[in-house]
Design a protein around this ligand. Structure first.
Ligand code: PMP
Length: 468
């Protein structure tokens, strides 16, 4: 037999699961029990097409979470593979240090600025949402150093905000789970109230009252710390990993007014919302947010290759531009900043989004998508809240609706629900904070896919709460 056949046979005879368990550390996976095979898995994912993936043992699954809400244009796009192959064949890599560039990197930066709010001026490329948020913090510190404000350095994030897993980004993340055990430094980071009316409002408090409370909490934090010590506020337009929480009406304009009054920069973490997820180019466009800096990743390439960007607005750029050269070159960057092949994937992805009007499609489909979840689940005795916007939806489960009593953590309701949905062929995500089932499918799903999601979720709920 040929060498290729021999190699293929050798590959297929080996137990990939065993190889994986004995070789790899997985993110967000138990260490010992996974490695020993006690928890089962790994799930070997083999291929994908549209909103569906297929495992190596032949199961077809509807990916109701688009990977990690990143495969926005869906799997298996030949035009993506072609664009990536063409760039890799021509020039897979060159760096962007000391003024080098490549055609796809320059064109993608221009394209991002065309899609971004009008005050955005420059793009700095990274590889992940986490490193882009690290870049934002460094830019904000650099900015205040140039302005001669060495004490204006703290960053306000929000409880339940998610900003990544590098040292700085995990500090920004407002969930204890991501800090415990890692000594994530809390020094320069403060956390303020999460704008979640369901849990945060006092009895009888309407949305406007709750927004006023969020604003008062922020004001009190700034007063306590001193505005001259606070550089920036970072927030996701719609909270993602913390539970898919759209902001209450009027939240962002009110928060923004406080930040302006205290000369605090606003960083919009658009890693989830950017490029169509909520039916606009950016979440900022949906909520009247006028950020100074924007973080994007995920939907920028639909995850065909890793790529992120810190987008820098006029207020920060005008300072960096005026003053940085006296210190020597801008001393920040990564080997893979502005990676040409990743940038080619970004351009091809934005081409697909434009050609297929995917952002407009989300805006049109969202009412039906949201109504389907409301109609199917809002009345269930163990559902506390059904919420969402665009093509993000969440169902939050509670033991008792009236008292909002939570299930005991040991019952693992969220994890059991997503496991039951998986049995039925649907991938959902049990969000890490509470018993929340999250949905964020590829933006290309159709009505049949939506029906499938609703039906399989209903069956999962019925199996976890039999007789209810
Ligand atoms: N910010 C937000 C809002 C995110 O949702 C994520 C990832 N889920 C990140 C940052 C971090 O991105 P990455 O995992 O690519 O580092």
């Amino acid at each position: 037999s040929t060498l290729q056949e021999t190699t293929e046979r050798a590959g297929s005879n080996r137990d990939l699961g065993l190889i994986d368990r004995k070789s790899m550390i997985h993110p967000f996976t138990p260490l010992r029990t996974f490695s020993d095979g006690e928890t089962g898995g790994p799930v070997v994912v083999d291929r994908g097409s549209g909103a569906w993936i297929e495992t190596a043992d032949g199961r077809r699954l509807l990916d109701g979470f688009a990977g990690l809400y990143c495969v926005n244009i869906g799997y298996g796009r030949p035009e993506m593979a072609e664009a990536i192959a063409a760039q890799a064949g021509k020039l897979a890599y060159y760096h962007a240090y000391a003024g080098h560039t490549s055609e796809p990197a320059a064109l993608l930066a221009e394209r991002i600025l065309e899609m971004a709010p009008a005050n955005m001026r420059r793009v700095f490329f990274g590889l992940s949402g986490s490193d882009a948020n690290d870049t934002q913090v460094k830019l904000v510190w650099f900015y205040n150093n140039i302005l001669g404000r060495p004490t204006k350095k703290k960053i306000i994030a929000r409880e339940r905000g998610y900003h990544g897993a590098t040292v700085m980004a995990s500090s920004l993340t407002g969930m204890r789970f991501y800090h415990e055990g890692f000594d994530a430094p809390s020094g320069p980071v403060l956390h303020t109230t999460v704008p979640h009316h369901y849990w945060g409002a006092e009895p009888g408090m309407d949305e406007a009252g709750f927004v006023a409370k969020c604003v008062a909490d922020l004001e009190a934090l700034i007063a306590r710390e001193g505005a001259d010590t606070i550089a920036a506020f970072i927030g996701e337009p719609v909270l993602g990993t913390g539970g898919l929480i759209p902001p209450p009406a009027g939240y962002w304009p009110a928060i923004q007014a406080v930040l302006r009054r205290h000369d605090i920069l606003l960083i919009a973490d658009e890693v989830v919302c950017g490029f169509g997820r909520v039916g606009h180019n950016f979440g900022c466009d949906a909520y009247g947010i006028e950020p100074d800096l924007i973080t994007v990743a995920k939907g920028l390439t639909s995850a065909y290759l890793p790529l992120s960007a810190a987008i820098v607005g006029e207020r920060v750029w005008s300072v960096l531009e005026q003053s940085s050269d006296a210190r020597g070159p801008f001393a920040h960057g990564y080997t893979y900043s502005a990676h040409p092949t990743c940038a080619a994937a970004g351009l091809a992805n934005l081409d697909v989004i434009a050609r297929e009007n995917l952002i407009e499609r989300v805006a049109e489909f969202a009412p039906q998508f949201q109504a389907a979840f409301q109609d199917a689940f809002a009345g269930h005795p163990h559902v506390g809240e059904v919420r969402g916007t665009g093509m993000l939806a969440a169902i939050e489960f509670v033991a008792d609706r009236d008292s909002k009593r939570r299930f005991d953590l040991s019952e693992k309701i969220g994890a059991r629900l997503s496991a039951a949905a998986l049995e039925g062929g649907l991938i959902t995500r049990s969000m890490p904070h509470g018993d929340i089932l999250g949905f964020a499918p590829p933006l290309v799903i159709d009505t049949n896919d939506l029906d499938f999601m609703i039906e399989k979720t209903k069956s999962a709920i019925a199996s976890v709460f039999p007789g209810v």
